[in-house]
Structure formats: C-alpha cells, structure tokens
Ligand binder design. Structure first.
Ligand SMILES: [Zn+2]
Length: 172
C-alpha cells in the first residue's frame, strides 16, 4: 500500500512516527475514531474516502496497533467495527498540534464556530497540545471535549478510546 519507502527502521523517531501516523487518511480516520466512529460506513461518511482507500487504511491501522477489530452483527451478517487503542489515544497531541498550527498559520474564514479543544477538568477551552493552560490537566482522551465546525455545530464530543463516545448536547 505505501507509495514510499518503509521508514520503520529510521533512527529518527519523528520519521518512525510519520511512518505510522503521517498519512493524511490515517490522521483523519484517527480523528473520527477518537470522536466516536467505529464502523466502516461511519468512517466513510465522516472522512469521505473511497472504499478501497478506507479499507486499506483501516487494515494498516489494525496491523500497526492503532485500532482493534471487534465483531458486531447487523441483520444476519457478522461485521467488524474498529475501536481505537491506547496507542491511538496517545496520538491525540498530534491532532491537537495540527489544529493549533492551523489556527496560527492556516486560519479559515469559513470556520464557524471555530474548532475548540476544551479541558473537562476545568471546562476552559485551550489552544495547547498536551496540557491545559488554565489548570494544567493533561489533555488526554477522556479529559477532552471537541466542539467542531460545520455539520458538527452544536455538538461537543467527549473523546474516547475503547468504548462508545459520550456526546454532550447544546454546546457551541
Ligand atoms: Zn483545564
């Protein structure tokens, strides 16, 4: 699947990380997995990837330990859903870094309301990547709420790994 060299043996840890969580589709799938997507059709709708691209990335993410498959049944057909692992949860600061960098260097004129990261410990929003600048709590899965623009407007999503997401209603 990769159209580049395998960087898994690179001495630089940035390169080894990019090797696993540097692909754009993988990052978008990760964003959706941590905000509650579990099933193929959910990822397809939220990410907008073709079936081939999505199937290949999901398989790679399972092989790389970012997702685990869990069976569920819909009608008579057994199916697999994809649950983010601890390794996926640990990638949350990477996604927060993209958001913070984009707010600084690629602001959007149409992003309304703005994407915000909120700390559940104190309830404040923050532009930081790893720790809340208001209370110092770690910005990790389980302690972070995202409010997202576009069709996500009005919903705040509690990020989670390994289980169903919590959704708070009525936040901007
Ligand atoms: Zn806080």
């Amino acid at each position: 699947m990769p159209q580049r060299s395998d960087w898994s043996d690179q001495p630089c840890p940035i390169a080894r990380g990019i090797n696993v969580v540097g692909d754009p589709w993988t990052l978008l799938i990760l964003r959706e997995a941590l905000s509650g997507a579990r099933r193929f059709d959910e990822f397809k709708r939220r990410v907008g990837a073709s079936d081939n691209i999505l199937a290949a990335r999901l398989a790679a993410m399972v092989a790389d330990g970012l997702l685990v498959q869990r069976p569920y049944s819909q009608g008579d057909r057994p199916r697999q859903e994809y649950v983010p692992t601890g390794a996926a949860a640990d990638a949350l600061p990477i996604l927060h870094a993209y958001a913070a960098w984009s707010h600084a260097h690629r602001p959007s004129s149409t992003e309304e309301p703005v994407f915000t990261v909120s700390c559940r410990t104190c309830g404040h929003s923050t532009d930081r990547v790893e720790f809340c600048d208001n209370c110092g709590a770690a910005l990790e899965v389980g302690n972070v709420v995202w409010a997202r623009p576009g069709r996500w407007q009005g919903r705040a999503v509690n990020l989670s790994a390994g289980g169903p997401p919590g959704v708070d209603q009525g936040r901007a």
